[in-house]
Design a protein around this ligand. Structure first.
Ligand code: NAP
Length: 304
């Protein structure tokens, strides 16, 4: 089976590629900068695809030829020139899904939990529009909505782990929503299973998350290695909002306006998918804690 992983150089994409390569599938990863990832995985071919430019269905067949499954793990935190939320999260995934449907290829589209219409963030609204467009298309298509991820190479994940060690935890007052953090390796295994399952078993959408639920403040405590408890400082919503907009302007830190919006509401898998992760990976999910990505961990995966 030949699988194209768009965004295969990213945090989620790498986890998907690693599992698929271990299982012996032929993988091509697509990235904007193939020269930066010549050794992304020795079992892979690396190819340049500028995703945001391929807005029409007719742009895709040449790129999809020869593949059985296409996995879309492309994501941007902030807009840059023509890489807009609208193109990356709405127009291009919709065109790609249509092309996959016409060519009878399986399409796995990775989005996120918590994409509500009430959000005031274009990041969220465009992701949601992308999902809505894809839902209208017939074919072997599955929308995957993961919860917040932990793992060694994640920009946001690494940042949260560092913040957790600070003597003071600045907690946005508006961060009242619960999250179900999960390990990126588990998501990689679940997506690999979705790539190769029977047509009958493929869900049209699925939500994955860990089995423990936390508010952001509790999650930072879970990630804290230091014994001394942090001082908790509650940040008013207006300050958090201003900081997020400044960070967005300057392209600083993973805290974007979209993420502030996400923290305001629960980001948990829907009721029927509470144990979906366990079901698709065939074991208990990795428990996220302060030690879970340190070298010599007892976890059965290569986290060092
Ligand atoms: N990380 C999380 O906790 C989390 C949780 C839930 C959902 N998600 C969602 O999952 C998706 C991927 O997240 P991630 O954490 O894996 O992001 P990431 O590490 O930043 O990876 C993004 C990937 O997208 C590729 N990419 C970005 N713009 C592109 C473009 N214009 N053309 C071609 N490739 C492009 C990047 O490739 P190059 O840079 O190599 O070109 C990279 O491989 C996003 O939609 C994100 O919102 C993430």
């Amino acid at each position: 089976m030949k699988i194209l992983v768009l965004g295969g150089s990213g945090f989620i994409g790498q986890a998907v590629v690693e599992v698929l390569a271990e299982r012996g599938y032929e993988i091509t990863i697509a990235t904007r900068k193939p020269l930066n990832h010549p050794f992304a995985h020795k079992a892979c071919v690396v190819k340049k695809i500028e995703f945001h430019r391929l807005r029409r269905v007719s742009d895709w067949p040449g790129y999809l030829s020869g593949f059985d499954v296409i996995v879309n793990c492309v994501g941007i935190l902030r807009e840059r020139w023509k890489e807009t939320f609208e193109s990356v999260y709405h127009e291009v995934p919709a065109a790609l899904a249509k092309a996959c449907s016409r060519l009878k290829k399986r399409f796995i589209h990775v989005t996120a939990l918590g994409l509500t219409q009430q959000a005031q963030s274009r990041f969220i609204l465009m992701k949601r529009l992308g999902e809505k467009a894809i839902e209208q298309i017939e074919g072997e298509i599955c929308i995957v909505r993961p919860s917040l991820l932990d793992g060694k190479d994640g920009f946001g994940a690494g940042w949260l782990r560092r913040v957790a060690q600070w003597p003071i935890h600045f907690i946005p007052k508006c961060a009242v929503g619960k999250i179900a953090p999960m390990h990126v390796r588990d998501l990689g295994e679940a997506i690999a299973a979705l790539c190769v399952c029977s047509v009958e078993a493929l869900p049209t959408s699925i939500e994955f998350g860990g089995e423990k639920h936390y508010q952001m403040s509790q999650y930072l405590d879970v990630l804290r290695i230091k014994k001394a408890p942090p001082i908790k400082f509650s940040l008013p919503a207006c300050i958090v909002r201003s900081c997020a907009h400044i960070f967005d302007l300057l392209h600083l830190t993973p805290l974007s306006w979209g993420h502030v919006e996400l923290m305001r509401r629960d980001n948990l898998p829907r009721q029927e998918d509470t144990f979906a992760l366990r079901l698709w990976i065939g074991r208990r999910p990795i428990e996220i804690d302060a030690q879970s990505i340190r070298p010599n961990t007892t976890h059965p995966y290569r986290n060092d």
